[in-house]
Every structure is written in C-alpha cells, then in structure tokens.
Design a protein around this ligand. Structure first.
Ligand SMILES: [Zn+2]
Ligand SMILES: [Zn+2]
Length: 335
C-alpha cells in the first residue's frame, strides 16, 4: 500500500515529543511538535516545510533551535504554527541570538509564524534572514476554512484546541485521496514504473481532468484517465492524528473523538497509568487507559502511545498493556 506520508515518532516515548511526517515521494516533511528533535539528521530537518507546535511547554518547543540551525542557510520558507502567544514565543527565541552576520546576500530563508486561536489562524508574522529576522506583520492565509492550518491539493492539516490548563493544539493530516498503482494494469498499457507515476498520482489526487496528458517515459504520452482506469486504484486518503497533553474532560473527549475519527494511525499521549489517575488529572494529562479507550471510541485502525512520565521508565510494558486492553474493549487487568 503506497501512502503519501509516513509518520514516525522521532524518539522513544519517554523523550520530549515530536512526530516526523515524511512525504514519501517529495522533498518535504512536516513536524508535529518540536520536542527533542536531535535524532533527526540535518538532511531530514532541512526538508521540514511546516512545524505545528501543540503548546509552548518546554518539552514541546525546545527543539526549535535545532530546527532553526538546520534550516538557516537553506533558502525557502519554514512555516510554524501554534496556539495563542506562539508568535511572542518564536520572536523571543529568535531574539536570543545575534544576527549581525546576516544581510541581503544571505540565503533567502524565511520563517512564517502563525497563531491558531478560536478555530482559525488569526495572526501571522514573517521573519526574513536577509532582514536579520526583524518581524513583519503578514496577512493571515486567505480563504483557509476554519479548523484548518494548511490546505494543499494533496492533503490538509486539521487542528483543534484542547484544554491543558493552557490551549494545546491537536492535529490531523488528512490525505485527499489515496492512489495505489496496479502493476498488471501498467503492463497492459505497456508502461513501466518510473518517477512519472508520482506526477500521475499527484494529478489524480488534485482532481486533474481525465484528458490531461501525462509523459509516461521517453516519447510516451498517455491520457490521465486511461492510466487511472487501468493502472491506478483510488481510495479514501489516509488520516493521521496527533493528540498530546490533554486533561480528560468531556469537552476534550468530544474534540479528540472528532479529530481522531476513523484515523488510520492515531498518536496519543499516555502520560500516566490508570492507578495514578489522580496525578494525571492534576497534571492535566491522559492515562494509558483513557488513551486506549479514546482510540477505540474514535474507531482508529491503529494507535501508538507516547509521552510517558519518567516515573514508569521500568514499567513501559504496563503502559502499553493498559492502553491496548482499553483499545480492545477489555476490562483493566487485575493488579
Ligand atoms: Zn504540556
Ligand atoms: Zn508535555
């Protein structure tokens, strides 16, 4: 099954969270959260076009510096988004450094920082390396529907704010359509596998006309409709959801279920064991049981728990088991 993106947690579930969403056939990647991103190579960080930060607790934002460092001398725009106060946070981080060596001749690198408040992006600021990162007001994206952080022909990023004592954003990547190749169909058309197929898939995902002509190898032009009918299989796009740092309240539960509904893969925090439910409530986090139950109720096909409290460093299995039993609808194991 060929998917547009492959998500992976950057490090072990006791480390500061970051989910690396790698686009399989493109030179781009997205990050959900900027915790400890040290395990990512500078090449991987260099591909990041967007980083969505759930909230500004240090364990979710401290990796900003490393990302900035990796991107600084590569031309292009890095888009960042976070909750209310995020622009102030980005500005403060940029202000921590001296930029006297940057000028008009520096590689044209930009940071666009946006705040998602009350269901949409309300404010954006642009920082350009060639201007020593002096902040400039920037128009919020036009025509972006409420609840979205990004809309691309091939996918969109949905967002919802959860209550964690402070607004904490949860994200979902929804692929527009999933397009798989059927090699027997390619044989029938006497076409061979090649990079042209990515262009064909992209065209299908973005709703291009059947009459569009595709270059299917040297000197071979073929109608998109013909390739699609014979050699491509189109299915609903995959959905990946990322939920972290949320207290277990009815409002949060409703928002999480909406966001994670029928997700192909839900990444969800499981900070505490159910036996420490009181501590979880006090610290405004989910337990493993709650995480598994939410994954089940949302109808997620697969889920991964992360962001475990270090108090369970030698009890990771217990967290996994508890979440898994709840996911399967089984009662908690007797202690
Ligand atoms: Zn937090
Ligand atoms: Zn956290």
């Amino acid at each position: 099954m060929s998917s547009l993106v492959q998500p992976r947690l950057v490090n072990d579930p006791f480390s500061d969270p970051a989910l690396f969403v790698d686009f399989r056939f493109g030179r781009r990647a997205i990050l959900f959260d900027l915790g400890d991103v040290a395990p990512l190579t500078s090449r991987e960080l260099g591909r990041v076009t967007h980083a969505f930060v759930s909230h500004r607790h240090m364990d979710h934002f401290a990796g900003f510096d490393r990302l900035l460092h990796a991107r600084l001398y590569r031309p292009g725009r890095l888009c960042l988004a976070g909750p209310d106060g995020f622009i102030r946070g980005v500005t403060a981080k940029i202000d921590a450094y001296t930029w006297n060596l940057l000028d008009e001749s520096s590689p044209n690198f930009e940071i666009l920082a946006s705040e998602f408040v009350e269901g949409q992006i309300r404010k954006s600021v642009l920082f350009r390396s060639q201007e020593k990162f002096a902040p400039r007001p920037h128009d919020a994206p036009e025509g972006l529907p409420a609840g979205l952080l990004l809309q691309d022909p091939e996918f969109r990023i949905e967002c919802v704010a959860l209550d964690h004592g402070t607004p904490c954003l949860a994200f979902a990547l929804q692929e527009t359509l999933r397009v798989n190749v059927w090699t027997a169909g390619l044989d029938e058309l006497r076409l061979s596998v090649g990079p042209w197929l990515n262009a064909a898939k992209r065209a299908v995902r973005s709703g291009a006309s059947d009459d569009m002509e595709i270059e299917a190898g040297p000197g071979r032009r073929v109608r998109l409709g013909r390739v699609r009918d014979k050699a491509l299989q189109v299915a609903p796009g995959q959905r990946i959801a990322y939920v972290t740092d949320a207290r277990f309240t009815p409002a949060n539960v409703a928002s999480i279920l909406d966001l994670a509904r029928n997700a192909d893969h839900l990444f969800i925090e499981a900070a505490f064991l159910e036996e420490d439910e009181g501590v979880a409530a006090e610290r405004l986090h989910l337990t493993a049981r709650q995480a598994g139950e939410l994954a089940r109720r949302a109808g997620a096909r697969r889920f991964t728990v992360f962001h475990h409290s270090p108090r369970y460093l030698d009890r990771r299995e217990a967290l996994l088991k508890e979440a898994d039993r709840a996911f399967r609808g089984e009662p908690p194991a007797a202690v």
